[in-house]
Design a protein around this ligand. Structure first.
Ligand code: SD4
Length: 349
């Protein structure tokens, strides 16, 4: 059973779906720690003495995981990895599939607009060396993740916003495009009749793509791209382009990426938290659960009315996912197979 410390009357409202086994902290040491049935060897970082894992993946590599049900995106990433390509190229290519898909109204072209009818994109990317790049409030450009990658690789900065990011996108050769499709315009016009803003769990927010990959060399990269919350205030930026919140990679430990109500992820620096929990010895599954628990347990948390989900992978190739509400899922491509895995959760739908 889960040992939550509940505040007020929250306890009776929660339904826990756990198949968890607790890893005893006692099994952890700088000499070795148990992950499933595998013994993971640890060494020390040569500069700082911090324990790091030296154990190679116990899972078949390469592998790619992504938030939600995005089989075309994971397939595209896996094709690159299978040929021996690197994880960074794979996550960029995978995310671009969803950005270009106008049927996906949460990402890239075809994304639902803000209250004023503007589609604004947030994206970020992070590589095995801890380099990162991001764009916020980007307009008129479909492939926000490519701009983020260029920020990382070809500028002295980590983040570009708004007009500056758009200008930079043109400089690297991307084309101006109208991102507001007829379908999204119609949805916005319908929304405007009542103009009531309320996040809708798993519907409004269902398809931001966060992707993590481990290539054949065992190196990890990740990316995240979104049009953010539908009908958000003009100028609103979520967690997806914020390194540490929406995405974090530590090539010695593992990686995590978030989806859902970004405000809640930012407040708990969620993806960084998941990776740090894995550093302390938690499995990806346990780390995702702990990060969701931090959100749910906050005083006056309105968790019943919003969704947040995390996925994570560790250096050993183990994966995990967890969400506040039911129906969050993770797509995993590994060993030649694409699978959609329903995530565990706190609240049953
Ligand atoms: C945001 N986290 O802008 C994003 C939205 C999202 O699935 O993930 N939707 O807050």
């Amino acid at each position: 059973m889960y040992s939550f410390r509940f505040r007020g009357n929250k306890k009776e409202n929660l339904i826990f779906m756990n198949r968890r086994k607790f890893l005893k902290n006692a099994t952890l040491s700088t000499a070795g720690l148990a992950v499933g049935s595998t013994l993971v060897n640890c060494a020390e970082n040569s500069k700082t003495g911090t324990p790091i894992s030296t154990t190679k993946s116990v899972a078949p590599l390469p592998l790619v995981i992504a938030t939600w049900n995005v089989p075309n995106a994971t397939l595209e990433a896996y094709k690159i990895l299978e040929k021996g390509g690197n994880a960074l190229d794979a996550v960029e290519a995978g995310c671009k599939v969803e950005e270009a898909d106008v049927a996906n109204q949460s990402v890239g072209k075809g994304g639902l607009p803000d209250r004023e009818g503007n589609v604004t994109l947030d994206a970020c990317i992070m590589d095995k060396n801890g380099n990162c790049g991001s764009v916020v409030y980007l307009q008129n450009i479909t492939h926000a993740v490519t701009v983020a990658r260029n920020v990382m690789e070809n500028t002295p900065h980590v983040m570009l916003a708004g007009k500056g990011a758009e200008q930079y996108a043109y400089e690297i050769g991307l084309k101006k495009e109208n991102l507001l499709t007829e379908a999204s315009k119609k949805a916005w016009e319908k929304w405007k009749i009542e103009s009531k803003y309320k996040p809708i769990i798993n519907i409004e927010n269902h398809d931001t793509i966060g992707m993590l990959a481990i290539d054949k060399n065992g190196d990890i990269s990740g990316a995240c791209t979104t049009s953010g919350l539908a009908y958000k205030m003009a100028g609103r930026v979520g967690d997806s382009p914020i390194i540490g919140a929406g995405l974090f990679i530590d090539n010695e430990i593992g990686a995590s990426v978030a989806t859902g109500l970004g405000e809640e992820v930012v407040k708990t620096v969620g993806s960084f938290l998941v990776v740090e929990l894995m550093r302390q010895g938690k499995s990806p599954q346990d780390a995702c659960e702990e990060a969701i628990k931090r959100i749910v347990e906050k005083p006056n948390s309105d968790y019943k009315n919003f969704q947040v989900g995390y996925i994570a992978v560790n250096k050993q190739g183990e994966t995990g996912s967890y969400a506040v509400h039911q129906w969050f899922s993770m797509t995993k491509f590994q060993d030649g197979k694409n699978e959609n895995i329903q995530s565990e959760f706190v609240i049953k739908a």
